[in-house]
Design a protein around this ligand. Structure first.
Ligand SMILES: Nc1ncnc2c1ncn2[C@@H]1O[C@H](COP(=O)(O)OP(=O)(O)OP(=O)(O)O)[C@@H](O)[C@H]1O
Ligand SMILES: [Mg+2]
Length: 306
């Protein structure tokens, strides 16, 4: 498999536009409700599949109905789901996202089976055989904080596999805990809040420099509507976000990762890959859900802004 996304799998149920929770037992009529396969591994996998990149996903979901849905949705988009473990008696992670008219996205979340995903659940050949492994949400997959997993990443990199990493939460203890993965990662793509939390740096440039010093070839810090900052040994570049009418920014970080990965594998340099990530994220911001706006597109059409 070309890419393996490994880590967090979440079912998102999204509704828009939501201005308030109805009083008592009232019902508000909405324009749209969707269910998507989301989270830093599953959401990125679906976006990659939509971009035409062969992708398998690995992680843990429950043996409940939500898990059935998640696997079904991923298969429907062409993701190889053989690496997804069903955990008997556990819940599939899920979020409910009432999206505000301005695109704001408060959420309710059940972490579920992601926390228990462990090296024992993983086929090592899936990792060592990939051109690129994307670690999605290592701040919450505590079961992977394991020497056996670090050894597997080391073996994969020795064989030429690239490793990228994104985080999921904004909880200081969890985010900081993911720091131990940095020596095993080629490209790290945290958001601004996560980069500042890990490093305690005064600003995002200093944070990126501090993260770069821990091992990665590149650190790409996403800054929401402000775009992103791309730091490598060659220096630091800011890539502005595209100005688009925003419906819902859920999964923009995952979409950015998918575009970045697709760009790298297509032979582009880090900055060009970041621009592709930016373009993919802008498409996702224009619709409801983490995979919105990507149907029927190719890397080429996205890169050309069509
Ligand atoms: N309002 C917006 N308009 C245009 N592009 C946006 C907007 N918000 C985000 N993006 C694009 O998406 C990228 C990632 O967004 P952000 O920094 O919010 O990620 P995140 O916090 O990791 O989100 P996620 O919750 O999906 O992980 C940004 O670098 C930018 O390119
Ligand atoms: Mg993110």
């Amino acid at each position: 498999m070309t890419v393996v996304t490994l880590g967090v799998h979440i079912v998102d149920v999204l509704a828009r536009p939501v201005e308030s929770i109805p009083e008592g037992q009232d019902t508000h009529l909405l324009e749209e409700i969707r269910i998507t396969a989301a989270g830093a591994a599953a959401g990125t996998a679906v976006d990659l599949a939509k971009l035409g990149v062969p992708v398998a996903s690995a992680g843990a979901v429950g043996d409940d109905e939500l898990g059935d849905f998640l696997v079904l949705i991923m298969k429907r988009h062409g993701v190889d789901v053989a690496g997804i473990t069903r955990k008997p008696g556990e819940r599939t992670a899920a979020s409910i996202l009432p999206i505000r008219p301005d695109g704001g996205r408060p959420s309710f979340h059940v972490p579920g089976a992601n926390l228990g995903f462990s090296p024992a659940d993983l086929d090592p050949a899936l990792v060592t055989g990939a051109r690129l492994v994307h670690l999605g949400g290592m701040d919450v997959t505590w079961g992977l904080h394991d020497p056996a997993f670090f050894e597997l990443l080391r073996a994969a990199r020795q064989g030429g596999t690239l490793i990228t990493m994104d985080l999921l939460s904004n909880m200081p203890d969890l985010v900081t805990g993911a720091r131990t993965f940095l020596p095993h990662v080629d490209y790290f793509l945290p958001n601004e809040e996560q980069a500042l939390m890990i490093t305690q740096a005064a600003d995002v440039e200093k944070a990126a420099a501090a993260l770069l010093a821990e091992g990665p070839t590149g650190v790409i810090v996403t800054l929401g509507a402000e775009g992103s900052l791309v730091a490598t040994a060659a220096g630091t570049v800011r890539v502005p976000a595209l100005e688009v009418p925003v419906v819902d920014t859920t999964g923009c970080g995952d979409a950015y990762c998918a575009g970045f990965i697709a760009g790298l594998l297509d032979g582009r340099d880090v900055e060009a890959a970041a621009r592709l990530g930016t373009a993919v994220a802008a498409r996702v911001a224009g619709g409801l859900g983490s995979d919105a706006g990507l149907d029927g597109l190719t890397l080429q059409t996205i890169a050309e802004g069509n």
